[in-house]
Ligand binder design. Structure first.
Ligand code: SF4
Length: 334
């Protein structure tokens, strides 16, 4: 337990949390929507501070990050709770239910990450923005060790705490779940605009950014919506920003059928007309997980599941790699 960083005191010992756009007003003895920020005697406490709900060593491609140290592994962990209530939540057991998790010291967490001898740490699994205090404390020390901090997030965070996180975080994957505000309100119990704003801020800060879009039949599979998403990414984040179109499976309270492969292929074709690096995930999709040169189509990185093969076409340039076939700069951090 630790006092939260972003909140203000109101009358009657109530507090207003300023971490995410919900800006919960919380009476004494109660918690916010995320379940893990509690008003204890008129002070807001982060009850998930340094309580990792799960730990594992994962391929970086599983986050998914395809343009950030491809082929490496990363220590992965995250907190209990979430700022959204997605009907299709893939990790609802840890995101939507309070769990008893032992608190460990920041020293111990940093030690576990260092001992993993991986690229660094991915804050993931549930919603890491509500691990703000933990990430700020652990993240600084991870940087000092020469390791990387990665966040896999819904992007639902206010500008000031996001700016703080961007001082320690090296790469993010942000979910854009839909381009339809009513989807966010109805299915996630949140708002779209703050997520889009966060994506723009992350990109402008120079943090490596990739976007994930879970394609759900009947909910966000309209070709016009895919086109709108690709237009937003191309215009606001740049056409080099990788987009992962991910297959949905029924989970939690949503029971639509899994996304048919034909819908994923259609969305991939639409997005590829505007973006240079579009991938299909959560399904074995021959060739659609590979990185190809956007100019000459030479294969650069071949992927099958989590097996990654950097081809001889990917050559080391002055700052970023280049296509060995045509010399085009390829925005991948190696
Ligand atoms: S972080 Fe949690 S408590 Fe704070 S505003 Fe968001 S949902 Fe509410």
């Amino acid at each position: 337990m630790r006092e939260a960083s972003y909140y203000t005191k109101l009358d009657g010992s109530r507090v207003e949390c300023l971490l995410c756009p919900h800006r919960c007003r919380i009476p004494p003895g109660r918690s916010g929507i995320c379940l893990t920020r509690n008003n204890v005697g008129g002070r807001l406490q982060s009850s998930n501070y340094c309580r990792p709900v799960a730990t594992a060593i994962d391929p970086i491609e599983k986050k998914p990050l395809f343009h950030f140290y491809p082929g490496s592994s990363i220590f992965s962990t995250g907190p209990n709770g979430c700022t959204f209530k997605c009907a299709f939540c893939q990790n609802f057991e840890i995101a939507q239910t309070l769990m008893a998790v032992d608190e460990i010291s920041p020293d111990r967490l940093v030690g576990m990450i260092a001992e993993s001898r991986t690229l660094g740490v991915a804050y993931t699994y549930s919603e890491p923005t509500i691990w703000f205090e933990t990430i700020m404390e652990v993240g600084v020390r991870i940087r000092e060790l020469g390791l990387k901090n990665v966040m896999v997030t819904n992007g639902y965070i206010e500008p000031a705490p996001l700016a703080d996180l961007l001082t320690v975080v090296d790469a993010m994957n942000i979910d854009i779940k839909s381009m339809n505000p009513s989807f966010y309100r109805r299915i996630c119990k949140g708002e779209l605009d703050p997520v889009l704003s966060a994506c723009i801020r992350v990109k402008k800060a120079g943090c490596h950014l990739e976007i994930t879009h879970l394609l759900i039949p009947h909910e966000n599979d309209d070709p016009a919506e895919t086109e709108k998403l690709a237009d937003f990414i191309a215009a606001e984040l740049g056409p080099d920003t990788p987009l992962h179109i991910s297959r949905y499976f029924p989970r939690h309270t949503m029971d639509h059928e899994p996304t048919p492969e034909a819908l994923l292929n259609r969305a991939w074709e639409i997005a590829r007309a505007k973006l240079r690096y579009v991938y299909v995930g959560n399904i074995i999709a021959e060739g659609k997980e590979d990185t190809r040169c956007p100019e000459c189509d030479a294969p650069l990185i071949k992927r099958s599941g989590y097996a990654v093969h950097l081809t001889e076409n990917l050559s080391v340039g002055k700052n970023l790699p280049e296509c060995g076939n045509c010399g085009t700069t390829i925005p991948i951090v190696l």
